[in-house]
Ligand binder design. Structure first.
Ligand SMILES: C[S@@+](CC[C@H](N)C(=O)[O-])C[C@H]1O[C@@H](n2cnc3c(N)ncnc32)[C@H](O)[C@@H]1O
Length: 214
C-alpha cells in the first residue's frame, strides 16, 4: 500500500515537473472548483478590494489564475487605469484573457505568462494582489522582493491565503518575510475562508524602481 502511494506521489511530481509546475501549484483545471459563478457570494471583490485601489491606478494581479480578481481590478481602476495580470500557467492566462474580452475589459489588462521565479513586472505599481498564491510559491522572499521594488512609495500589497492550506504560524512567517522586505504590515479581517494582511511599501527608498524584464 505504502509503495503504491509512493509510486503515485512520484508519478504526480514527475508530471508536475514536466509541466513546469511546482509541487503546490494549483493546476489550471482545478481553478474552476473555486472560480465559479458562486464565488462572488464568498469573495465579493468590491468589499475585499474597496479602499485599496483607486480609479486611474496601476494594479498588479500576481498568480491571476482564471482572472476573477483581474477583471474586478480592471473595473475598479477604470478606463484610465491599468492592470497587469501574471501567472506561470499559460492555460490560466489564456482563459483569463478570454474572460476579459467577453466583459469588454481586455484593453485595460495586460496578461502575461511569467516565470516561476520571476514576475518580470515594470513599476511603478500602486496596488498589488497576491490572492491564494503565496503558499504555492517556493520561498516567497523573491516574490515579495520583486513586488516591493515595483510598488511606489506608499503602494499596497494585499496578501490573502486560504485557511485550509495555511496555518496561522505559517501565515505569520509570511507576514514576517514581508516586514523583512521593508513593508509595513497590518491585518485585514473579513476575507472569508482566508487570512489576510495589507502590506504598505515604506517611503524610505523612493519606491517605484523598475524591475528587470529579462
Ligand atoms: C489558487 S490559484 C489562485 C488564482 C487567483 N489568484 C484567484 O484567487 O482566483 C493560484 C495561482 O497562482 C499561480 N502561481 C503559482 N506559483 C506562481 C508563481 N511563482 N508566479 C506566478 N503565479 C503563480 C498558479 O498558476 C495559480 O493560477
Amino acid at each position: 500500500m505504502g509503495n503504491a502511494r509512493d509510486a503515485l506521489r512520484s508519478a504526480r511530481n514527475g508530471l508536475r515537473r514536466a509541466l513546469l509546475l511546482g509541487p503546490h501549484t494549483c493546476p489550471w483545471w482545478l481553478g474552476y472548483s473555486f472560480d465559479n459563478p458562486l464565488r462572488r457570494f464568498v469573495h465579493d471583490p468590491r468589499s475585499i478590494l474597496g479602499g485599496l485601489v483607486e480609479p486611474g491606478e496601476t494594479a498588479l494581479d500576481i498568480g491571476c489564475g482564471l482572472g476573477y480578481f483581474s477583471l474586478a481590478l480592471a473595473e475598479l481602476v477604470g478606463a484610465k487605469g491599468r492592470v497587469v495580470a501574471v501567472d506561470i500557467q499559460p492555460q490560466m492566462v489564456s482563459r483569463a484573457r478570454r474572460r476579459a474580452g467577453r466583459r469588454g475589459l481586455a484593453e485595460r489588462i495586460e496578461f502575461r505568462v511569467c516565470e516561476p521565479h520571476r514576475l518580470g513586472v515594470h513599476g511603478p505599481v500602486d496596488f498589488a494582489l497576491a490572492f491564494w498564491v503565496l503558499h504555492e510559491v517556493e520561498s516567497p522572499e523573491w516574490l515579495l522582493g520583486e513586488v516591493r521594488s515595483a510598488l511606489r512609495a506608499g503602494g499596497r500589497l494585499l496578501i490573502v491565503e486560504p485557511r485550509g492550506h495555511v496555518s496561522g504560524a505559517r501565515f505569520a512567517a509570511m507576514a514576517e518575510q514581508a516586514r523583512a522586505q521593508g513593508f509595513g504590515v497590518s491585518e485585514k479581517s473579513g476575507v472569508r475562508l482566508s487570512r489576510a494582511v495589507i502590506c504598505t511599501a515604506g517611503a524610505s527608498d523612493g519606491g517605484g524602481a523598475r524591475l528587470a524584464t529579462t
